[in-house]
Design a protein around this ligand. Structure first.
Ligand code: HEC
Ligand code: HEC
Length: 254
């Protein structure tokens, strides 16, 4: 019953998307996703990808995810976050999580961009993943699948994988940073952030995160921070957000 509902619902939505894609090859990301019922749903899906249980205000399983490799260095609840296996750059072992503290050897989700959300929903609930509607209710699961299909971006277009420098225009990013972000994060980005990626040294200022983990920065600024009053800039083109990232990389990191 649940499943049938979801399939017809997503089918209708995906059909609408295909129509848009076919009729206007140059349709912007915003146009395409709007047809699917609102960018905010994709933003919500992006936050679920980050840390679904914090978004939903529920408790995740305490045991390590069965698909998490035994040689991996994380354990327990955090291994249930999508980003823990597939990365902030969505490229899994081919991206920033190819080595180090978060390495798993698992592939990314890039190949599923623009895929039918029904298929993605089935993957999330398959034998490997073992997510259930008890953990992530159907309505939220659809937003997650829509994020995988339409919300993810090719970070290689915006960030140099080796140097972590972003390709935007720092000057263009200054005004949006100072008007949209400084009210909460301070003009120099030095209001300390309490959450931090494990294994990072030094204080987590805006400059620190922008320089060390530009992929996480992009994800959080596009979709928002789970469970916390922080805005999502999903209605802006990715290029504008990359300008803010590039400006933030010039802010003090210590
Ligand atoms: C504990 C690790 C782990 C977690 C957490 C995890 N996945 Fe996966 N995921 C995998 C593995 C393993 C595969 C299979 C990769 C393969 O086929 O080689 C996979 C495959 C996928 C694929 C298909 C990729 C492709 O191109 O075939 C998608 C989409 C996906 N996962 C989405 C998600 C989403 C969304 C979440 C969060 C709800 C999630 N995953 C959480 C381990 C994980
Ligand atoms: C209404 C207040 C508010 C606004 C506006 C805001 N943020 Fe945030 N942001 C927060 C809070 C609160 C957190 C969570 C901080 C923490 O976990 O310590 C956060 C977290 C973040 C994080 C993740 C940090 C981490 O370590 O996980 C990034 C990156 C970020 N903000 C960037 C920005 C940028 C760039 C802007 C402007 C486009 C912005 N924020 C606007 C309140 C805000």
């Amino acid at each position: 019953m649940h499943k049938a509902l979801s399939v017809s619902y997503l089918y209708r939505r995906f059909f609408a998307l295909t129509l848009i894609l076919c009729s206007a090859a140059s349709a912007s990301f915003a146009d395409e996703s709007q047809a699917l019922g609102g960018l905010w749903e994709i933003a919500r899906g992006g936050q679920l990808y980050d840390e679904w249980y914090r978004v939903l205000g529920t408790s995740p399983p305490r045991y390590t995810h069965p698909a998490y490799p035994s040689e991996g260095r994380q354990e327990g609840s955090t291994t249930w976050r999508c980003k823990e296996c597939h990365g902030w750059d969505y490229r899994g072992h081919e991206g920033a999580y190819g080595q180090g503290f978060h390495a798993t050897g698992i592939k990314g989700i890039r190949d599923k961009a623009r895929s039918d959300p029904r298929q993605i929903l089935n993957i999330i609930m398959d034998e490997t993943h073992q997510y259930t509607f008890e953990m992530i209710p159907l309505e939220e699961m659809k937003k997650l699948a829509t994020f995988v299909s339409l919300g993810q971006i090719d970070t290689k277009l915006y960030i140099d994988h080796e140097t972590r420098r972003s390709y935007g225009d720092a000057k263009r990013g200054e005004s949006p940073y100072q008007t949209l972000c400084a009210v909460c994060h301070d003009v120099d980005g030095k209001r300390a952030l309490t959450t931090r990626e494990e294994g990072m040294d030094g204080p987590e200022y805006m400059g620190t995160l922008a320089q060390n983990n530009p992929w996480e920065f992009l994800h959080k600024v596009r979709f928002g921070q789970p469970g916390i009053p922080m805005i999502s800039l999903i209605t802006l083109p990715a290029e504008d957000i990359v300008d803010i990232l590039t400006y933030s990389q010039t802010l003090p990191a210590e």
